[in-house]
Ligand binder design. Sequence first.
Ligand SMILES: Cc1ncc(COP(=O)(O)O)c(C=O)c1O
Length: 293
Amino acid sequence: VILVETPTYPGLLELAAQRGQPVVGIPRDAEGPSLAAIEAAGAAHRPRLLYLVPTFHNPTGRSTSAARRAEILRLAAERDFLVLEDDPYGLLPLDDAAPPALKGDDDRGRVVYVASFSKILLPGLRLGAMVAGPEVLPRLVAVKRTSDLTCSPILQAALADYLRRGQLDPHLRRVRPLYRERCDAMLAAVQRHLPTARFARPAGGLSVWVELPAGVVERDFYLAALERGVGVARGQSFWPRPTDEPFLRLSYGTHTPEEIERGIAILGEVLREHDRRRFDLVARAGRFGSPLV
Ligand SMILES: Cc1ncc(COP(=O)(O)O)c(C=O)c1O
């Protein structure tokens, strides 16, 4: 059994489903994944792994607090499970720097840390990095080799050269203000055009997590937005089990503030249209009267 925060990154859920690996959801609160839920799941399922995005979590953009991180490490040792710390966004803070990685305090070899160059540099590289203890690393390397032989050596050499020449830092210094501007544009647009939605400012990453008003049918909303040319990530894909609560993940990374304003304005129109239709149907159902049985 794998424990995952809910909501969580859909790629992990798809991978687990593909491999027939049971997944148990751990709800997040303001500080991160709930300790009580980890304790309960630890006792009930004897999990082998807890998958976390503790820094600038996908999809909420929030980070797990320092106290919660320490407690998670304690529980991992106590309950004998590993923690997979997935950190593709740590170098993309919006305001304050990222909190220190869980792996940094892992004196008992419980954490496998993975980072990626996809979000901070170029998704097409398909390159990342891993830090793990000597008892697990050779097994992970073997699994990687059987899954894709190796990553492209030419791309690896090119990236190593880029890093050696110190080019990543200037790149990050250039893109961070750009992402901050885009995030601010998106938050302002959501406030303006989706006033009944709930959201919080992310601490970093590339997206805003939006809760639509209860009663909105997420799938209908998503399809209507797509029909109007606006693609969003459906909240549903971030949960291991279906939920009724409608959410959207809105990504601001690749769009200018003007495009963001236009796109969110369309989402506002879609929501108003959706509500009109919903209230109309409810009123029409009311006119038919109550069923006899
Ligand atoms: C939390 C998380 N992990 C992993 C990935 C995928 O990273 P990569 O492109 O390195 O496979 C993503 C991409 O969205 C992500 O959000």
